[in-house]
Each structure stands twice: as C-alpha cells, then as structure tokens.
Design a binder for this molecule. Structure first.
Ligand SMILES: Nc1nc2c(c(=O)[nH]1)N[C@H]1C(S)=C(S)[C@@H](COP(=O)(O)O)O[C@H]1N2
Ligand SMILES: [Mo]
Length: 459
C-alpha cells in the first residue's frame, strides 16, 4: 500500500464526522482580539465569539461519510511504514499537533526588555504536574543560563553571632548533601491580579496562569544552616538573594526554614532546573508567593529582623481600603479554578461534560472542592483526584449534563484548616478594590446558549 499524502489525510479527516475529531487543546483568540479586550472593547470579543460559534455549528452539522470512517476502516501510514528511529530527538519534544499548548505573554501587560511574565496554559493540561517547558515565567530582569561551575552559594549572618562559620558552596559541594524531592505549587502573588479591576481577560491562561506545580529536588535550607552552625535561638529571619541584576531579595521567617520545608533546589521534575526557573539553584518556599522563591540563588543571610527590601517595602504590598499598605503577606490562601470548560472555549453540543479544575492552598492540603452550575446558588461536591498533597495542586472533577441553557460555572476550595475560598463580595469587603496581589476569589465562567464560555464576575 502507498504512503498517503498529507492531502489525502486531510480529505479523509473531512469525510469523517468532525464532531468526533478531537479539538485542539485550546480555542484562543488572536493577539489583536485579546488586545481589544484589555482595552475594554468587550463588544468586539462578543463578535469574535459569535463568529467562531457559527463556524463550529456549521461544521458539526456536516454530513457523515456514507462509506463510514476511513480512519478506522483503512490501514494508515503509521501502520504500513517504518517509524522514526530511536533517539531521532535525543531530548524528546511534544507532538507537532500539540503546538497550541504553549506559554503565552499577555499583550495587555507592559513588556520591558526581559522584565515580563509568561502564563501557563492551564486549559489544556491534565493532572497536577506542569511539564517543565510550560512552567510560567516571571523575571524582573530577564533570565540567564548560568554556568554551574561558576555559580556560588553563600551563607552568612547579618552579624557574626548568627552563624558560627559563614560558608561559600559550589554546586558540587551542595550535591553531596542528602537530598529530598517534594511536589509543590508556585503561584505569583499577582496571579489573577487583573481581575481586581474587573478587567475580564478572556482565558484561564491569563486569569490563573501564573501558577505551576513541580517535583523539586534539593537540600532543606535547615540542613545547610546547621552546616554553618546557625544559632537557632537568635535567628528570627533569613534574607534570600538572587544572582541576577534585579537584586531580588526577600525576607523569610525562620519558622518556615526550621520546619524543614524550605529547600535549596537544583532539580525540577527529575532533571536540573530550567534556566528560566533559576538554574542552577533556586529557593523553594512551599505555600509562599512566587517572589520569595528566589531564582539563581546566591546568598542566604541569617538575622533577627525583617529586611524591608525594595521587593517587600515598595512592591508586593497590598493597598487596603483605609489607605494603609499591608506588608509581608506571603502565604497563598486557598484558591481554585475550573480549567475546562473555561473562558474562550466553546461547548459544541449539549450533553455530558467532565468539569475539571485545580485547587491549592498555601496552608496545607485541599479538604474539598464544591462546584456550582448556577452562579453559586446550588453546589455539589467535586471528586478530588489523588494524590492530595500539602501545598501542591489538587485536581478535581465533577460530571455535568449541559441542557443547552445559560449556566455559570464556579468552584470553591476548602483547605484542611477549614478556610473557605471567598467570593468577590466577601473578598472586597475586607480588601477593597485597589490591590494587585493575593486575589483568591471564586472564578466564574459563563456558558451562553451558543456554547461559548466567557469570563464574568459574580458578586
Ligand atoms: N532572582 C530572581 N528570583 C525571582 C524573580 C526574579 O526576577 N529574580 N522573580 C520572582 C517572582 S516575582 C516569581 S512569581 C517567581 C517566578 O518563578 P518562575 O519564573 O520559575 O515561574 O520567581 C521569583 N524569583
Ligand atoms: Mo511574582
């Protein structure tokens, strides 16, 4: 049998019932449409959605091939020819058909040289682990691929009384210590920040994409402080300092370090960290906002006072309704979001859908997730997928039968401390509207009769 050309394959695909062909993992708007949304021109968005829906409906109504589905009846190229040899790509890459599942930058955010953000595509992902190539990025001054042989890590006291012996470690020194591997989420404090101002960014990638979850490998910082003879009675805080030009420095309370949870990590998902994520060394501070997970980590200083650095006195503070700024709000409170169906996607027909999403808490494990289909009037308990780990993403699922009528989908997380994720009204009562950081409100996705899903706020 002859090897089928691409055109043949396309023709066959068209002959089959398109409703049964898996859609690309995302259904994104083009950059100019997103820009229009961030400019507040919501009508344009509605128009674009309507056009896409009309196309979708037309395709779904196409006739089925009278001969049946050739994709099952006829042996395909991959069954009749030789495949690619082993190690054709020594470092494996995703299928070319998955090219839509990528990190994206928001056209609505300012991009100054390397100082920017890329968002993780939650809408197309499964389980809880973020493939390293899709990990979100936030750099204050771009990223570096630092030669590990030239990287040094130092521990010292703010004055000599805090550590007996200040030390400088090479990466080889560090990798001789016993290591731990743990799964945790990292969330930028500014994740979902645009929603404070009710800027309805179109997709979950932009509302919630400054989060990722990996298995990290490294040495508990506690072990290294002990190696330097830390005085646990005098030590109250440590300062973590990055090696990049952004002079990223953050204060971390000693209790988090003493608990053994804070890791000086070199590994991520079974291999060395990616350069974008801090290669060769980063701090892992489970439950705490991303900014404290200092990348290209070069120094830890032990002291007894918070340091009030630029990244904790001027940035990463929360403006409260009474005009005061809240400082050192580091823990990421319980939060969840439905990742599918979510903004920008289209339900092609009525019937069964598996509603799926992610929940997390900086204070421990997720205890339960409730889902509403009617904007928060009625709730059903979702099924949590194992493993359910502390300070880690948890996947939830709930079955739903869409009757073709408008619906508002929401998820609400409760963590093991009993804390319940708030709605916008509750959150704004305490926090006002002028914050940038720490928005953990319930996210609402509105499904309209055409099947289009959009971002709305329910108060
Ligand atoms: N040295 C250094 N560390 C840093 C940053 C940085 O710019 N420089 N950005 C911080 C911020 S604000 C966040 S949210 C996380 C992002 O980590 P990621 O890029 O691996 O997702 O790294 C933090 N650590
Ligand atoms: Mo961040």
């Amino acid at each position: 049998m002859q090897r089928g050309s691409d055109t043949d394959l396309e023709a066959m695909a068209k002959a089959a019932n398109p409703a049964r062909i898996r859609k690309a993992p995302e259904n994104f708007l083009g950059a100019d449409e997103i820009a229009a949304v961030s400019n507040g021109r919501r009508d344009f968005l509605r128009g674009a959605f309507a056009a896409a829906a009309a196309l979708g409906a037309g395709a779904a109504a196409a006739e089925e091939s009278p001969k049946g589905d050739e994709m099952i009846l006829k042996p395909q190229t991959w069954a009749t020819t030789l495949g690619q040899p082993v190690a054709a790509t020594p470092y494996g890459m995703p299928s070319k058909y998955e090219g839509g599942l990528i990190r994206r930058q928001s056209p609505g955010l300012t991009q100054v040289a390397g100082a920017s953000v890329s968002f993780m595509p939650l809408q197309g992902m499964f389980g809880i682990i973020t493939p390293s190539g899709l990990h979100f990025e936030r750099h204050h001054q771009g990223w570096y691929d630092i030669d590990p042989n030239k990287h040094r890590f130092m521990i010292n006291g703010s004055t000599p009384e805090f550590v007996k012996k200040a030390k400088v470690y090479t990466l080889d020194d560090l990798m001789r210590f016993p290591s731990v591997s743990r799964m945790h989420f990292i969330e930028c404090g500014a994740n979902t920040g645009m929603e404070w101002g009710n800027v309805a960014v179109p997709t979950v990638q932009y509302t919630h994409g400054m989060i990722s979850c990996s298995e990290y490998t490294g040495i508990p910082l506690r072990t290294l402080l002990e190696d330097c003879g830390v005085d646990w009675k005098k030590a109250k805080f440590v300062l973590a300092e990055g090696g990049d030009g952004s002079a990223m420095t953050r204060t971390i309370p000693i209790e988090l370090v003493a608990s053994g949870e804070v890791i000086v990590a070199y590994g991520m998902n079974g291999e060395m960290l990616r350069p974008e994520n801090g290669y060769p060394l980063r701090l892992v501070v489970p439950g705490v906002q991303g900014v404290s997970w200092v990348k290209w980590l070069r120094r830890i200083e032990v002291g007894d006072k918070p340091y009030a650095t630029k990244d904790e006195a001027v940035h990463y503070i929360d403006l409260m309704p009474d005009g005061q700024h809240r400082q050192y709000t580091s823990i990421q409170e319980a939060k969840s979001v439905i990742t599918s169906p979510s903004g920008g996607q289209t339900l092609l027909e009525k019937g069964f859908y598996n509603i799926t999403g992610l929940a997390w808490s900086g204070r421990g494990k997720i205890a339960r997730v409730d889902v509403s289909f009617d904007g928060g009037i009625n709730w059903v308990e979702a099924k949590l997928q194992t493993p359910v780990l502390s300070k880690c993403l948890t996947r939830f699922n709930v079955p739903w039968n869409w009757d073709g009528k408008p619906a508002i989908l929401q998820s609400r997380a409760t963590d093991e401390t009993g804390y319940v994720q708030p709605g916008y009204r509750m959150l704004r009562e305490v926090r006002g509207t002028r914050s940038i950081y720490h928005n953990n409100a319930i996210q609402s996705w509105k499904v309209v009769e055409s099947g289009d899903v959009g971002n709305v706020q329910v108060l």
